[in-house]
Write a protein that binds this ligand. Structure first.
Ligand code: ANZ
Ligand code: ZN
Length: 638
């Protein structure tokens, strides 16, 4: 029988040993060859490889080998995104130190990767939880701090009660925690932020440089950054002798305003409560709204609620006096936190006006028809039509009117054109143990002080209580917390929060170019030769998070003179999921096929061949036992 001649395990272990002994995939700078940097997203060391990993690495391995056979000098490294919560949860549950748990998982997964026969230069392996790596993550924090891009500020932040930590906006998916799916609540806390919003415009504009990225990923980033152009202008509020600025993307509807609405957090609410018989009621309403989650407040189905303040504002376009309301559907941290209400042309305002019996005025007619309020059962939101009931702007086409009305507001001096972004600053502090400590010291006299570079890394302490609750476990270590101020030498305290692990993964692809450098995160020579990554391969779930943060890092590092490129990843391939019986392979569904099982039965080449041939890399791959057997028979014949 033919099958007896093909002995995958004997062949594979023989060659894997040869590759290992001879460092077959070791790479160095070679200026005589064109370089190619091929990279798969590094994994979190959960303990075992799953088929998604196998697919990811098989695709990368094919590209890397193909390029080196074509004469390129190929960099193809592997490493570990090894800070993060599962290690800490294992410590709480089973009393194992996170470092031990992590290192054991790395050892097991490395063995599995080697059994897959992947062509990595193992001399370049990095692990973000090791001191020689997180020293540089802290160094980057300090770089951002010195450039004014790392700031501590108090704000209403996303909090997960299940994970006992704050979350970045990017980690809140439909109002829920990205990790545990728990509903996220708001808490007023003082936290560290990276000012990614300073780069909003460039992050958006430079998407056009990314010809090698899937359109879908670029669209997701574009929507996340959310640039909008409009008019900011002020209503007069005579009763308190103040101006109330609003932001609108539809200045053409300015004559249709019948009320204005404030976010519950808006500072003017308190001013309007002075000498106001309804003050207690208004304050109670605001307190209730603040406790609502963002899903409750922003979803299009959710109930629009409000309370009339009893006070009025004057529309500067037509002198009309309109009621000032406080609502749950205006967000405080977008635009000015106040909105002009135009029920006839905005769906949310329509629902709100219906509920509270507020006036409606049509100011845009579709080109071919005259709108009558009595026939309308929803707002007319199309950006198409002609102005009516709008004074000197009547009869104008709406796009022309947008410009004319903005010009008018600017000429009259009560408004100006404005660009707004939906992107918010990146919240990077976490109340968790297993991450890189933030290298800051608080001195009673000197305030916030950076740990001197020569003292990095700030090491994770060992004498901590892992289940510290809502404070960082680092706060339970006296030997860690108590220190002396590097400036004045007086007793001081260390910051006890650690950094979001997405910070560790925002620069790992640069460390691979020079992984053992003890004097710098990487040398100029190495990074200039190898970067940027020519082909990046990973899952679509990182379309915003990791890929946006890495782009931001690259731009800051470029501005600091450390790299000479604008973008980290020239070409991006987002591989499809591996599914079985119509669903994503997952433990909870019980439809997992373990790579180890397939390899022990058929060998790694069969597994890799099947994965590469069963579907195009970007598409879903349906697992098929017959397909695997077919691949095995094919290799037998070869
Ligand atoms: C009046 C109006 C009339 C609006 C109309 C729309 C249609 P984007 O494109 O996302 O920037 N808005 C402004 N600030 C807000 C806040 N803090 N919370 C909730 N909504 C807010 O959307 C801008 C539009 O969203 C603005 O234009 C404003 O409503 C609303 F027929 O102003 B518009
Ligand atoms: Zn959570």
């Amino acid at each position: 029988m033919i099958e007896e001649k093909y002995a995958p395990h004997a062949i594979e272990s023989k060659w894997q040993k040869y590759w290992e002994d001879n460092k077959a995939f070791k790479t160095d700078i070679d200026n005589s060859k064109p370089k190619s940097y091929v990279l798969e997203m590094f994994p979190y060391p959960s303990g075992n490889l799953h088929m998604g990993h196998v697919r990811n690495y098989s695709i990368g391995d094919v590209v890397a080998r193909f390029r080196s056979m074509n004469g390129f000098n190929v960099l193809h490294p592997m490493g570990w995104d090894s800070f993060g919560m599962p290690a800490e949860n294992a410590a709480i549950k089973h009393g194992i130190h996170p470092a031990k748990w992590t290192m054991e998982n790395i050892a097991n997964m490395t063995r599995q990767q080697k059994e897959l026969g992947l062509s990595y230069d193992w001399d370049r392996e990095v692990a973000t939880c090791k001191e020689d790596y997180y020293k540089w993550t802290q160094w980057f924090f300090e770089l951002f701090y010195k450039r004014g891009l790392a700031v501590k500020k108090k704000s209403a932040v996303n909090w997960c009660d299940e994970c006992n930590t704050v979350l970045a906006n990017e980690q809140v998916i439909d109002g829920r925690c990205w990790r545990c799916d728990h509903e996220v609540v708001k808490k007023d806390l003082s936290q560290w932020f990276f000012k990614i919003t300073d780069y909003a415009e460039e992050l958006l504009d430079d998407l056009k440089l990314l010809n090698g990225w899937p359109e879908r990923v670029k669209t997701m980033q574009k929507n996340w950054i959310g640039r909008s152009e409009g008019l900011e202008f002020s209503f007069d509020v005579p009763c308190i002798n103040a101006k109330l600025p609003v932001y609108t993307t539809r200045p053409d509807t300015a004559f249709g305003v019948t009320f204005v609405v404030l976010a519950a957090e808006h500072p003017m609410v308190e001013q309007l409560c002075e000498d106001n018989p309804k003050a207690d009621e208004i304050r109670a309403f605001c307190a209730r709204v603040r406790n609502q989650s963002d899903i409750e407040r922003t979803s299009s189905e959710s109930e629009k609620e409000g309370i009339f303040t009893g006070k009025y504002a004057i529309n500067p376009f037509n002198g009309r006096q309109v009621e000032i309301w406080v609502t749950n559907y205006v967000l405080y941290d977008y635009g000015t936190g106040a909105v002009m209400g135009v029920p006839t042309h905005d769906g949310r305002d329509w629902m709100f006006a219906d509920k509270y019996g507020l006036d409606k005025i049509v100011v845009i007619n579709p080109k071919d028809k005259e709108l009558k309020l009595e026939d309308m059962d929803d707002a007319y939101e199309e950006k198409d039509g002609v102005l009516v009931n709008s004074g000197q702007f009547n009869g104008m086409e709406m796009h022309d009117a947008v410009k004319a009305i903005m010009d008018y507001a600017e000429a009259q001096g009560f408004g100006s054109r404005h660009v707004n972004y939906r992107l918010r600053d990146w919240l990077i502090s976490r109340q968790r143990y297993w991450g890189a400590p933030i290298p800051i010291i608080y001195c009673p006299d000197c305030g916030e002080v950076l740990v001197p570079e020569a003292e990095l890394p700030v090491r994770l302490p060992e004498d901590v209580k892992f289940d510290a609750g809502s404070v960082s476990p680092l706060a339970t270590s006296d030997s860690f917390v108590n220190c002396t101020c590097p400036k004045c030498g007086k007793p001081a305290r260390r910051e006890t929060d650690t950094m979001d692990t997405f910070l560790c993964s925002s620069w790992y692809y640069l460390r691979y170019t020079d992984p053992k450098n003890a004097a710098a995160p990487f040398s100029k020579e190495a990074v200039d030769y190898w970067a940027p990554v020519d082909q990046y391969i990973g899952g679509i779930e990182h379309a915003i998070l990791h890929l946006l943060y890495s782009r931001f890092f690259m731009k800051v590092l470029r501005d600091a003179g450390l790299v000479k490129y604008d973008e980290p990843f020239t070409n991006l391939l987002t591989q499809g999921m591996v599914i079985k019986d119509g669903a994503k392979m997952s433990k909870s569904l019980g439809n997992v096929v373990s790579p180890e099982e397939i390899i022990s039965k058929y060998g790694a080449d069969t597994a890799r061949l099947f994965i590469m041939f069963a579907a195009p890399p970007e598409r879903e791959l349906e697992w098929s036992d017959q397909g695997v057997e077919g691949s095995f028979r094919f290799i037998n014949r070869v």
